[in-house]
Design a protein around this ligand. Structure first.
Ligand code: MG
Length: 198
């Protein structure tokens, strides 16, 4: 049997978090109501969904309104998490992949960010509180999709980071150390070094 359901983690109106069911065929993002089970943390809600006998067909996502409640990770921890995820989904190990493939895949996420901007930047989707007061790039664009898949420029920026972490882990590159080394160098470069316009 196939369904078009998804689950999204939202803030519970009485405190904590709720795992709210939605359907791809229904327009708009479902609200968390008082009758929903209250979970103390986002992770507790995710764990409960993971234990569900009938996992949602269209997966689970976290509403950006919960973003202050993530356990913040170091870049190393994120790289490890992405690496384990890539293994669990069959993307690793992949000895056939070339460095050219890696660069092209990084490019593809950058291009997807540009396409989101080109196509939907004036459309505010059902993450209407996302980036409230911020620049339009923070608006997401899922109104035309109706499911909980994160969309828009911010999500594509996340895809760029995920791919970068994935391949840094694959090549054994310590991105935190490389970041510090490069920023130390950048701080000492002259004003608009090279005289370029951008
Ligand atoms: Mg993408």
């Amino acid at each position: 049997m196939s369904s078009d359901d998804y689950t999204i983690i939202r803030k519970h109106p009485l405190g904590g978090f709720a795992a709210v069911k939605g359907f791809d065929s229904c327009e708009g993002m479902p609200e968390a109501k008082e009758g929903h089970h209250q979970y103390p943390t986002v992770q507790d809600a995710l764990d409960a969904v993971a234990e569900d006998l009938y996992p949602p067909e269209y997966g689970v996502s976290i509403h950006p309104e919960c973003s202050d409640h993530f356990a913040r990770k170091t870049l190393d921890e994120m790289a490890q998490e992405v690496w384990e995820w890539a293994q669990s989904k069959g993307w690793e190990p992949n000895p056939a992949r070339t460095f050219g493939d890696v660069c092209a895949l990084l490019h593809s996420e950058v291009s997807e960010a540009l396409e989101e901007f080109r196509t939907y930047h004036d459309t505010i989707g059902h993450y209407e509180t996302y980036g409230e007061g911020g620049p339009f790039l923070w608006e997401t664009t899922s109104a035309n999709y109706g499911n909980s898949k994160p969309l828009g420029v911010p999500s594509e920026f996340a895809d760029i980071l995920i791919r970068l972490l994935h391949y840094a882990a694959a090549y054994g590159i310590d991105l935190e150390a490389e970041y510090e080394a490069k920023m130390a160098y950048n701080r000492n470069r002259p004003w608009k070094h090279g005289g370029k316009a951008l």
